[in-house]
Design a binder for this molecule. Structure first.
Ligand SMILES: NC(=O)c1ccc[n+]([C@@H]2O[C@H](COP(=O)([O-])OP(=O)(O)OC[C@H]3O[C@@H](n4cnc5c(N)ncnc54)[C@H](OP(=O)(O)O)[C@@H]3O)[C@@H](O)[C@H]2O)c1
Length: 235
C-alpha cells in the first residue's frame, strides 16, 4: 500500500479518529485544518496543501460545501464524510466534472451498514404488500450530532422505497449521550415484531472506512460513493 500524505479537514471527533488511524497505517498527516483558521474554506490554499495526496473532510453541514469548493479546484482528491448537505451535491458534482477532480462522499463509512442496507431491502421485499405490519426506521446518535434524520437513515429509506414504492417508511430520531450511531428497521404487527439493527460500537469503524476510501480514490476521476468503491467488482 502506498503511503499517503493526508490533509485532515476538521479536527473534531472524526478528524482526530482519522488522523490517529492514518498514522497507525503508515500514512503521514501533512496538515490538520481546524475551524477558527478556516472560515469559508479560506485556509485551504495551494501553499497550505502543497505535497498533499488527499484530503479527508469531516466538518459540519454549514462548512463542507465551502471546503469542497476550495479543495476540488486545487486538484486535491477529497473524501468527505460530513452529512447534511445533499441539496448542494448536484452543484458540487458539476464542479468536480468541470475541474476533472475526484470526490468520494458517504453519509456512512461502515462496511456493515452497507451490507445492512442490502439485508433491509431484502426484508422489505418479504414484507411487501402486508399493511398489517407497521414499519418504522429509528435512529439514535450522540447529543452533538447536528443533522436529523441521519444521512444513513435517509439512505436506508431510499433503499426501502426501491423495495416497496409508495409505502411510507417514517423515521424517528433521538439525540442523546455519546453513542456513535444505531439504526433500526422494525416491522410490527399486533402480536409480533421483526427487527433488523445496525449498531456502531466505535467511531473507528468510520475512520477505517474513510481511510480505505482515501487509499482507493487517487487515480480515479469523478464523484463516487462508498458503495461504488465497496461493490465495484459487482457492477
Ligand atoms: N460518514 C460517516 O461515516 C460519518 C461518521 C461520523 C460522523 N459523520 C459526520 O461527520 C461530520 C463530523 O462529525 P464529528 O463527529 O467529527 O463532529 P465534531 O466532533 O463536531 O467535529 C466537527 C469539527 O469540524 C470543525 N469545523 C467546523 N467548521 C469548520 C471549517 N470551516 N473548517 C475546519 N473545521 C471546521 C468543528 O470545529 P468547531 O467545533 O470549532 O465548530 C469540529 O471540530 C458530521 O457531519 C457527522 O454527521 C459521518
Amino acid at each position: 500500500m502506498t503511503s499517503l500524505r493526508i490533509a485532515v479537514i476538521g479536527n473534531g471527533k472524526m478528524g482526530k479518529a482519522v488522523a490517529a488511524l492514518a498514522r497507525e497505517r503508515g500514512h503521514t498527516i501533512g496538515t490538520v485544518v481546524g475551524h477558527v483558521e478556516n472560515p469559508a474554506g479560506r485556509a485551504l490554499t495551494a501553499e497550505r496543501l502543497k505535497g498533499i495526496d488527499i484530503a479527508i473532510e469531516f466538518t459540519r453541514p454549514d462548512a463542507v460545501v465551502a471546503n469542497l469548493e476550495r479543495l476540488i479546484p486545487l486538484g486535491i482528491p477529497t473524501v468527505t464524510g460530513t452529512t447534511g448537505w445533499t441539496e448542494a451535491l448536484p452543484n458540487i458534482e458539476l464542479l468536480v466534472q468541470r475541474e476533472g477532480g475526484a470526490l468520494l462522499h458517504a453519509a456512512n463509512f461502515s462496511v456493515g451498514v452497507h451490507l445492512f442496507f442490502r439485508a433491509a431491502k431484502a426484508l422489505a421485499q418479504c414484507f411487501r404488500g402486508r399493511p398489517e405490519f407497521a414499519v418504522t426506521i429509528h435512529e439514535e446518535h450522540h447529543a452533538s450530532k447536528l443533522d436529523a434524520p441521519s444521512g444513513t437513515a435517509l439512505l436506508l429509506q431510499q433503499q426501502l422505497w426501491q423495495a416497496e414504492p409508495g409505502r411510507r417508511f417514517p423515521i424517528t430520531s433521538v439525540r442523546a449521550g455519546d453513542a456513535p450511531g444505531a439504526h433500526t428497521l422494525k416491522y410490527e404487527a399486533k402480536h409480533e415484531t421483526v427487527t433488523l439493527q445496525h449498531v456502531s460500537r466505535s467511531r473507528d469503524v468510520f475512520a477505517a472506512g474513510a481511510l480505505a476510501a482515501a487509499e482507493w480514490l487517487p487515480g480515479h476521476h469523478g464523484v463516487f460513493t462508498f458503495e461504488d468503491m465497496l461493490f465495484e467488482g459487482e457492477r
